[in-house]
Write a protein that binds this ligand. Structure first.
Ligand code: G3I
Length: 331
């Protein structure tokens, strides 16, 4: 058989994949996940709207199944995610009349959710994306005007990390975001982290989602952002890697053009050369889906073909897989 990603990159970093529970129904999918990846990230089942859709009614069915798969296969688990503006039920922010709740009520709900969830998976989830996508570089303080922010300001981020740390002092706690290389966004994130560190908030790592496309961003921008955040003394993980074959939402290919496939392969190779160069800084590289048949990019931003990952929809290794494997192994 072909070499496994987790073996090839074993001396550099964990190699992870996001997955959905329906991918556990077919043996071929389970085998691919188990063979190549020593870390997994449940793609949706650890989000608030799945775990606690109604106040006080927790449903761990999906999350337990996802975590059990990882345990059965000796895989590490990244917990995604505790506090986000998306996939969070509206009740979290409102009282019975529909008005926004006070900061105290919001924090009680947050504490209950975070401590219940993080506590439950203490033994099996090594890292949590505590705060996801909180940056908006267009705001004076760099923070997204989510309902979390509208009710509690920046303090909601502090509290989320504190509660998670209390629930599991061993968990590695991340702030996770996309386009972390982009200058204004990167600076806003950097400033926020410095404010949190100055207050002694238990934040341990930066998750670079790394949703890329065929043209954007440049490799040097990615490299710079890895180095920049590691210099804050934080751990670095690449948490949601994929390379969209389009660079805008109006393109559509019936079949993947050869030149685009080659360009994608080259970008994967260049990217993993950077990861190798900085492997002392990087603990985990996770792709956002194990194969091209299971990618959010076939639904977002529009429904269309896409081939952003390392295995095709028949679970066969793509040229991008061989490019990174061949570059990593001594020939
Ligand atoms: O669970 C329902 C199902 O019951 C229903 O029949 C079906 C009909 O559309 O929808 C299902 O929910 C979908 C869910 O994925 C599970 O497949 C939601 O509509 C859909 O919106 C949701 O999309 C997820 C997206 O986050 C939503 O924000 C993607 O799977 C997930 O890959 C994506 O992941 C995010 C990260 O969490 C954060 N960073 C960006 C990344 C990509 O958008």
């Amino acid at each position: 058989g072909i070499p496994s990603l987790k073996a090839v990159f074993g001396d550099q970093f964990l190699f992870g994949a996001a997955f959905e529970n329906f991918e556990l129904l077919q043996e071929a999918d389970r085998k691919l996940l188990a063979k190549h990846f020593n870390s997994v990230t449940p793609g949706n089942v650890l989000k608030w709207d799945t775990l606690q859709r109604q106040e006080g009614v927790f449903d761990f069915t999906g999350a337990d199944a996802a975590v059990q798969f990882a345990v059965d296969n000796g895989q590490q688990v990244r917990g995604h995610t505790l506090v986000w503006h998306n996939q969070t039920p509206d009740w979290v922010f409102r009282d019975a009349s529909g008005n926004l709740v006070s900061k105290d009520v919001l924090f009680q709900r947050m504490e209950n959710h975070i401590k219940t969830v993080v506590g439950r998976y203490k033994d099996h989830i090594y890292a949590w994306d505590v705060a996801n996508e909180v940056i908006d570089a267009g705001q004076p303080d760099g923070l997204r005007r989510s309902l979390w922010y509208q009710i509690a300001g920046e303090e909601y981020i502090e509290k989320a990390f504190i509660y998670a740390h209390e629930a599991d002092p061993d968990a590695v706690l991340f702030i996770n975001d996309y386009n972390t290389h982009e200058p204004a966004k990167s600076q806003a994130l950097y400033n926020l982290i410095q404010r949190l560190q100055a207050k002694g908030i238990p934040i341990h790592g930066v998750g670079h989602q790394t949703h890329m496309n065929i043209d954007y961003p440049s490799m040097s921008e990615i490299e710079n952002s890895i180095v920049k955040f590691a210099a804050l003394g934080l751990k670095t993980e690449i948490t949601e890697l994929d390379i969209d074959v389009y660079s805008n939402s109006s393109q559509r290919y019936d079949t993947l053009p050869d030149n685009i496939a080659q360009k994608q392969t080259t970008r994967y190779k260049q990217l993993f050369d950077i990861f190798k160069k900085h492997s002392a800084l990087i603990d985990n590289v996770t792709v956002w889906g194990k194969d091209d048949g299971n990618t959010w990019l076939r639904k977002f931003p529009v429904s269309r073909n896409n081939w952003p990952l390392l295995f095709n929809e028949r679970l066969q290794s793509k040229p991008a897989y061989w490019a990174i494997v061949n570059a990593a192994q001594p020939q």
